[in-house]
Ligand binder design. Sequence first.
Ligand SMILES: *Cc1c(COP(=O)(O)O)cnc(C)c1O
Length: 411
Amino acid sequence: MGELFDFSPKLAELDKQTMEECAPYFGEASRIADINRRKVLEAFIKNRVGAAMFGGSTGYGFGDVGRDVLDRVFADIVGAEDAVCRPHLLSGTHALTVALFGILRPGDLLVSAVGEPYDTLRTVILSNGTGSLADFKIDYAECPLKDNAVDLSKLAELSRRAKAVLVQRSKGYSMRGALGQREMREIFETIKTANSDAIILVDNCYGEFCDASEPCAYGADLIAGSLIKNAGGAVAPCGGYIAGKKELVELCAGRMTAPGTGRELGCVPNGTRELFLGLYFAPTVTEQAVCSSIYASRLFEKLGKRVFPLYGEPRNDIVTVVELDSERQLCEFCRAIQACSPVDSFAVPEPWDMPGYDCRVIMAAGAFTNGSSIELSCDAPLKMPYRVYIQGGVHLTYSRLAFLSAAKLFM
Ligand SMILES: *Cc1c(COP(=O)(O)O)cnc(C)c1O
C-alpha cells in the first residue's frame, strides 16, 4: 500500500503548481458555499427540524411530518414559495417530467430556450407513442443557440405563444457555458417581456449551490432537479425536487401522485434522515465538486489537453469536459478514474450501447449511490471529438488522487 498514490516528482510538482494556480478560484467557491451553508442552517432552525420527524411512514404516508418539513426547508433554501422534495421523484428526468406534465395541457406550446434539451428529456418531449408530451398534443419549439449563446431575439419571438419555456442551467453535453445568474436574469426578462404569462421552468440539474442564489429567487417560476446530484449532498439515496410558485408546485404535486391527493400522499418507509442530512451537506459537497472541477480543468490543460471550461472561467455547474486523442484514450481515462474510486475500484469499465445514445458510451462510476454523479464520475461517448465529461467529487483530495493517476496516461 502507499504505492498507488506515490507520484513521480514531476507529477507532484504539477500538482503543487495546479493547486497554487487554482487557489483564488477555490476561494470563490468557498465564499459561495458559506452563503449557502448559512441559508441551510437558518432554514433548518426556522422550520424546527427535529430528530422525532426522521422516523418515516408507511402506506399512504398521510401526515408524515418529516416529509412535509423537508419540503418547507427546501423551499426556504432555494428561495421559493413552495417545494416538493422527496424520494418519489425518482431522478432529475422524472422531476422534470412531472413538472412538464403538471403545467402543460393539450394545445400548449413548450419552448426550449437553449437549443436541444438534455438527452433524456428529448424522449419525454418528442418520442412517438410512449406517452410523451407530443402524444398529448403539446407543441414544442426549440430556440437554437446563436454563437454558442441563447438567441434572445428569437427567444422573445417564440415566447409570445409559449405556455412554458424550459431553460437548462447546466451545459449538459453541449459546449456552451453553463448559465450564470446574469445570463439567466437576461433570459427570464426577455421571456417575461414577450409574454408575462409564460411559465419559466429551469432544469436546475448540476447547478444547485454553484451560486449564492437559485433561479427561483430571481425570476424562475419553477425549478426541478435530482437528489443524486448536488442537492442530495452525496448522502440522499434517491429522490428529486420541484420548487417555485405555490400554485404551480400544487399542479405538479397532482401529477406526482394523483390529482386531488397531490403532496399529501407518499410514504417514506426508511425515513427522511438521509434527505435532511444530504441537504445539510449539499453546499459543502457541491463546493468540493466545483473545486475538483476547477482542478481538473487546470491539470489537464497543463498536460496539453483542450478543456472546457478553463479553470479561471465562471463555474455554474460541476461538469468539466476534457478532449482526448482517441477512443482508446477515452477508455483508458475512464478506467483510471474507476480504479481510484472508493467502491468497485477493481471493476474495469467497458463501452456499451446505452439507451438514448447514438454511439457506445463508457463510464466510470465507483460510487456509493448507484448512478450518483455528485460523487466523482465520468462518461464519454465513443465518437469524435473524443470528449470525456467529468463531474462530482465529494472531496478535492479524493478527486486529485484520481486525476493525478489519470494524468500518468499523458506523461
Ligand atoms: C442529469 C441531468 C438530467 C437528468 O437527470 P437524471 O437524474 O439523470 O434523470 C437532466 N438535465 C440535466 C442538465 C442533467 O444534468
